[in-house]
Design a protein around this ligand. Structure first.
Ligand code: DGY
Length: 323
């Protein structure tokens, strides 16, 4: 039987690419450059499945311009706000993602950012590399202790819960949660967590706020100037979710005028470009979207895509079907 033709839009770990090549008539983007809108329009005519990722914008115009051979977008990643889900639905295109396998590593990175911002690690590293470190002294680069503090989690899905596990059981932090739907009492109990009704209730009582909600239009600028003003002046904001959740101009303003203490960011609105006002804030730690970036997790993400494809082409509902 003829193998389905699949397009892998970016380079994947070697083991994943080998597994794809052995199962499918695979087209690889060996240049690893992000594909354009026109590339996607063409691909929709030529392949049965596209395996996109966070750097691929697949908007309504891609779906509308074509009679469409592509029947599934098997996304490499858990977030899918780069895909126009309504357009996919209208055109009968299945979309899948890769949850679970990246929760631990993304939670690890949220903890990394929390520690880096609170302990002023970026500032210290810049000092050492820049040759301006003049030696130990009792008042040098004093940061904030994270143990025992209150952590607010915005979104309490798999990644939010992994952060809660680390923060509560590892650092003795008190966990407060804002989540759109009610969280089961036994889940909250497992992390000593309390669910608050609104974001307005959560923000003023937290020493750290970490975002774990989806991106997309629904949460665009969920954290805006008004919300930033609700945070304590001593509080830190952490984002490993999606850049568009924060109004970055308002955040730069808050950091510059120290109406909050600091921010740790792994994702940006319009990445890879980063708002210039954020880049000049000493009290911000800025990472290049590393949440899931471990060999183990990136391989597991590829195998999860393959599992979803296998289900789809065998006529089963893929385990991680989004629509
Ligand atoms: C995701 O999976 O959505 C991440 O942002 C990329 O790993």
């Amino acid at each position: 039987m003829k193998q389905p033709r699949v397009l892998v839009t970016r380079r994947w770990p070697e083991a994943d690419e080998a597994a794809i090549a052995s199962r499918y008539d695979a087209v690889f983007n060996t240049s690893d450059r992000p594909l354009s809108n026109d590339d996607f329009k063409l691909a929709f005519k030529e392949v049965d499945a596209i395996l996109p990722t966070v750097t691929d914008r697949i908007g309504a115009s891609v779906f509308e311009s074509t009679a469409g051979r592509t029947k599934i977008l098997a996304n490499y990643g858990v977030g899918f706000s780069h895909i126009d889900i309504d357009a996919a639905k209208d055109h009968g295109v299945t979309v899948t993602n890769t949850p679970d396998v990246l929760s631990e590593c993304t939670a690890d990175l949220a903890m990394t950012l929390m520690l880096m911002t609170a302990r002023r690690v970026g500032e210290g590293e810049r000092e050492v590399r820049g040759g301006s470190w003049s030696g130990w002294r009792p008042t040098h680069l004093l940061g904030t202790k994270i143990s025992g503090k209150t952590l607010g989690l915005v979104g309490f899905g798999r990644i939010g819960q992994e952060v809660a596990r680390r923060a509560h059981h590892g650092f003795g932090m008190r966990i407060k949660v804002y989540n759109r739907s009610p969280v089961a009492p036994e889940v909250l109990r497992a992390y000593g967590a309390e669910q608050l009704e609104t974001l307005d209730d959560l923000l003023p009582v937290c020493d750290f706020v970490s975002l774990h909600c989806p991106g997309g239009a629904a949460n665009k600028h969920l954290i805006d100037a008004k919300r930033l003003n609700q945070m304590k002046p001593s509080a830190y904001l952490i984002n490993t979710a999606r850049g568009e959740v924060i109004d970055e101009q308002a955040l730069a303003h808050a950091l510059w005028f120290e109406t909050i203490a600091g921010a740790g960011l792994d994702v940006y609105d319009g990445e890879p470009s980063v708002h210039p006002d954020l880049r000049s804030c000493e009290n911000a730690v800025l990472l290049p979207h590393l949440g899931s970036a471990t060999c183990e997790t990136r391989e597991a993400m590829g195998f999860r895509v393959i599992e979803n494809l296998q289900d789809f082409f065998d006529g089963r509902t893929p385990r991680d079907r989004v629509i």
